[in-house]
Design a protein. Structure first.
Length: 240
């Protein structure tokens, strides 16, 4: 009996380091996955929020198209009236036609200013948010991995990606033109953040690099534009 107990004790002592290593590996895996998903969720939520703000500017811009069409037509009619007035030689009619044409041109300039404000607001939101999201990802990763710092050395490295601009185009170069989404709008408007996770677990003799990214875009839903996640952009393959 004593020999049996001694054998069990020796066996337990021999496998105890393996049990500790397995427990640590399980704890490490759980902490890594939790931190990884937390960073991904931050990326997705902040991108969706910003893209929804951009969607409001896009809807506002496209909503001005009816005014752009009407003012374009009014300017052509005003130009024709001026030509007729000049042909008549009536100075009063000429002055009235010139005043009316100047008024229509001023309205078009005012509309062009409003269009540019909508476009620049959308582009500024995207540019500022690109920088803010990068910082948010680093903070979120550091917050979650802080408790693992004594055992794990890690770093989140942001990989540069182009910041999209509002994917619209004028029907033709003009003051206060009609704007429309570019062909293949969803792809052109897509917004990607990419980052790499670098880990070193000395106790497990593990070094690894993991590539991650998230992507959103704007999609038309009847008269509205909504922000949605793009599939297939979350890369989980480790890069050793």
């Amino acid at each position: 009996m004593k020999s049996q107990k001694g054998f069990i004790s020796i066996a337990f002592i021999s496998i105890f380091p393996l049990l500790v290593a397995a427990a640590f590996a399980t704890y490490f895996s759980y902490s890594f996955l939790k931190s990884d998903l937390a960073v991904l969720n931050v990326c997705r939520s902040e991108q969706l929020e910003t893209h929804n703000q951009v969607a409001k500017q896009l809807k506002k811009l496209l909503g001005m198209n009816s005014s752009a069409i009407k003012l374009r037509l009014r300017e052509k009619l005003a130009e024709q009236k001026l030509l007729l007035a000049m042909a008549s030689g009536n100075p009063i009619a000429i002055a009235a036609a010139e005043t009316h044409l100047a008024h229509v041109k001023a309205l078009r300039l005012k509309l062009a200013f409003r269009q540019n404000v909508a476009i620049q607001s959308a582009n500024t939101n995207l540019k500022i948010a690109t920088y803010q999201i990068s910082n948010s990802l680093k903070r979120e990763w550091g917050k979650h991995m802080q408790q693992m710092a004594p055992w794990i050395s890690s770093r989140l490295e942001i990989q540069p990606s182009p910041t999209p601009l509002l994917a619209i185009r004028p029907d033709f170069p003009d003051i206060a033109p009609v704007y429309e989404p570019v062909p293949n709008f969803e792809e052109q408007q897509s917004w990607v953040h990419s980052w790499q996770l670098q880990l070193e677990v000395k106790s497990l003799h593990f070094n690894g690099r993991f590539q991650r990214s998230c992507s959103t875009s704007l999609y038309q839903d009847k008269s509205d534009w909504i922000s949605r996640l793009k599939g297939g952009r979350y890369l989980s393959k480790p890069l050793f």
